[in-house]
Design a protein around this ligand. Structure first.
Ligand code: NI
Length: 286
């Protein structure tokens, strides 16, 4: 830990600001100095197409942002969703907190090899730092969505600060990719009901939580991450993972192959929402 000089208070403040800034950037894999170069050196990556699996076509890719219906897995106002009742073995895997300079490209290779489409809940300042990776996410058919500007706890914010945070991130994603994000995942899954309504009214976002949480951010090891995801997933499920941890990425080949082997079919979160049935949730695994 750094010791701050009390004889030079301004220097100390500057240094503290630098440390805090570095800590924030480190979450996207910035700060090592070579992350961007490593990405550039690694791209473009050639992978072989998987002809044995194809993410299914769906009627629409639009999120039903202003939906008010309630179902198992949704809050009473229908704006906070942790799972979606669907007819069929459809699931959505989601990756939070990136893009990361080196790990996200590795993950994208893994997804492309398996023809799997995922949803990336990105941090605005990481999108601004890695616009090329954000563009690659979109170019390869994944969904990109809002995970706030700098991963602060949104429930501590007033309405003006909340809307500013959402708007900056919304615009950063549009600037980088040309795509308008349709979904929010609040950091830590935390958003007041009144904030959900406000954000939905201004940006059309529903708040997307999850039904499967492997707690990969606690770094339990790749085998544990795989086991937890395979054990916790069922049809209509939304899987939470983070593409800023090496252990999570290392767990993905076995996790993705295990889910495919069980007959699950990957769709984006917006696709999963569009598949929502009004009937009882399909709970049986395929
Ligand atoms: Ni997060």
């Amino acid at each position: 830990m750094h010791t701050l000089s009390i004889r030079h208070p301004q220097r100390a403040v500057n240094r503290l600001a630098l440390i805090l800034f570095s800590a924030v950037l480190a979450s996207c894999g910035i700060g090592g100095g070579s992350a961007q170069n490593a990405y550039n050196a690694a791209a473009p990556v050639k992978t072989t197409a998987n002809t044995g699996y194809r993410t299914p076509r769906t009627a629409t890719t639009q999120a039903t942002g202003s939906g008010t219906s309630s179902f198992a897995g949704a809050s009473a106002d229908g704006l906070s969703i942790s799972r979606v009742p669907v007819n069929g073995p459809f699931i959505a895997i989601t990756f939070d907190d990136g893009p990361h300079g080196t790990l996200t490209p590795q993950l994208l290779d893994m997804l492309r090899q398996r023809n799997i489409k995922a949803t990336f809940f990105c941090v605005g300042q990481c999108v601004q730092t890695y616009p090329d990776i954000a563009r690659r996410i979109v170019a390869e058919g994944h969904e990109i969505a809002n995970h706030s500007w700098s991963h602060k706890l949104l429930t501590k914010m007033g309405d003006a600060a909340l809307l500013d945070d959402m708007g900056r991130t919304h615009q950063a994603i549009i600037n980088a990719t040309g795509v308008t994000p349709k979904l929010l995942r609040p950091p830590y899954g935390a958003l007041h009901a009144q904030q959900r309504t406000l954000v939905n009214a201004k940006f059309g976002y529903p708040s997307i939580l999850w039904s499967v949480d492997p707690l990969d951010w606690k770094k339990p090891g790749s085998a544990a991450i795989t086991q937890r995801i395979l054990a916790g997933t069922d049809a209509g499920g939304i899987i939470l993972a983070h593409d800023i941890h090496a252990g999570t990425i290392a767990a993905m080949p076995e996790t993705l192959d295990g889910l495919l082997k069980r007959g699950y079919r990957f769709v984006t979160v917006s696709q999963l929402l569009a598949m929502k049935t009004t009937a009882a949730p399909a709970t049986a695994a395929p």
